[in-house]
Design a binder for this molecule. Structure first.
Ligand code: NCD
Ligand code: ZN
Length: 352
């Protein structure tokens, strides 16, 4: 359904979805939700609140808070996830899925990232939940990094694939798995070499930055996120996957707001906030690669298909013109949150 005119300055896409999003709660939720709902129809909502969204009852209450925070006149469907713990009850998960409340379960290895202390240490303990999910066809969203102190942070995704993900998928081949926010050639190859029940989300920022952006010429905390961006060859592999049209790769922005006060610390939080300008950034990346025609598959079609959802019946228009202006931060009741700076001008704006 991509329509382009002769000079390719207008792109009509089905309304996109974001298959990995942090909305937080309270004042932060209030401020960041419109940034996503302005452009996206649906999003998979991460459950790493404090305390985490573990039970169906907690997910229902969180969904209500999200819908209550949605500004008048905006439409948006939050697709809820349950945070997997070693105590998660398979029947609670199955009931939440059957009722349509929960779309997926999220696996955080304990200690892997922001608010993951309640995550999984012993994967044997969550086997009954995974078996139940395989039986009912409920996807597992995976933060794919090992947490061992002796594994180099740049190797944690690749080691996770071998040490954790392959064994889980071998024991439970019918489990539908989404490797979230992949950052390596290794993960792209693993997804490509697998023919069933495996897909991956890719963030906007991992298509644009490599580790030099974080560390060369001064440390840039606003580019620090987990999984941390890797070397340039991995970024290139991610771009190749995203623009390929391969239905197993789709957008999950991992837009993860933290206040500047919490980012700019001796030990600052991990997370990049990109909701505000994500579609403009992606259009630029796809255009530079000569693949604007594949943008709709990446942002609007592939993810919905993996999750068994119909593609959106609405459309949005992206229009090319003079560089788009966007705020360098958004104000929230908790303090300012810096918007992702791609480091180059953006020419595609979403037409209101
Ligand atoms: C996320 C957050 O802040 O909640 N941070 C991040 O760097 N991506 C957590 C996550 O998705 O790992
Ligand atoms: Zn995330």
């Amino acid at each position: 359904m991509v329509q382009t005119n002769a000079t390719t300055d207008r792109l009509t896409l089905r309304r996109p979805d974001d298959f990995h999003l942090h909305l937080r709660d309270g004042a932060m939720l209030q401020a960041v939700l419109p940034e996503t709902a302005r452009h996206f129809g649906r999003a998979i909502i991460m459950p790493n609140l404090v305390p985490p969204v573990v039970t169906a009852a907690q997910a229902a209450a969180y969904r209500d808070r999200i819908l209550a925070a949605l500004p008048e006149g905006m439409t948006f469907t939050p697709l809820m996830t349950l945070y997997l713990t070693e105590e998660t009850d398979p029947e609670d998960v199955a009931a939440a899925h059957a009722s349509g409340l929960a779309t997926a379960v999220k696996l955080y290895p304990a200690g892997a990232t922001t608010n993951s202390a309640s995550g999984v240490r012993d994967f044997a303990k969550v086997r009954p939940v995974l078996e139940k999910m395989a039986e009912i066809g409920m996807p597992l969203c995976v933060h794919g990094e090992v947490t061992d102190a002796d594994i180099d942070i740049f190797d944690r995704e690749a080691v996770f694939i071998d040490k954790v993900l392959k064994p889980i998928r071998k024991k439970t081949p019918d489990l539908r798995v989404v490797m979230e926010h992949v950052t390596t050639q290794d993960a792209v190859d693993y997804v490509r070499d697998t023919h069933k029940n495996l897909a991956a989300t890719i963030t906007t920022h991992h298509l644009i930055i490599n580790r030099n952006h974080i560390l060369a010429g001064g440390i840039r905390p606003h580019y620090y996120c987990l999984p941390v961006a890797k070397r340039e060859m991995h970024r290139v592999a991610l771009v190749q996957a995203a623009i390929s049209g391969d239905p197993r790769f789709f957008l999950g922005t991992d837009s993860a707001p933290h206040t500047d006060a919490n980012k700019l610390l001796p030990c600052g939080c991990a997370g990049v906030f990109s909701a505000t300008n994500t579609l403009s950034c992606l259009a630029e990346v796809f255009e530079t690669a000569g693949k604007l025609r594949e943008l709709e598959a990446f942002v609007s079609l592939n993810g919905a298909r993996f999750y068994g959802l119909p593609p959106s019946g609405e459309t949005i228009d992206l229009v090319r013109g003079a560089p788009v202006s966007y705020p360098d931060h958004i104000d929230t009741g908790d303090g300012p949150v810096t918007v992702f700076d791609p480091g180059f001008p953006l020419h595609w704006r979403v037409e209101a």
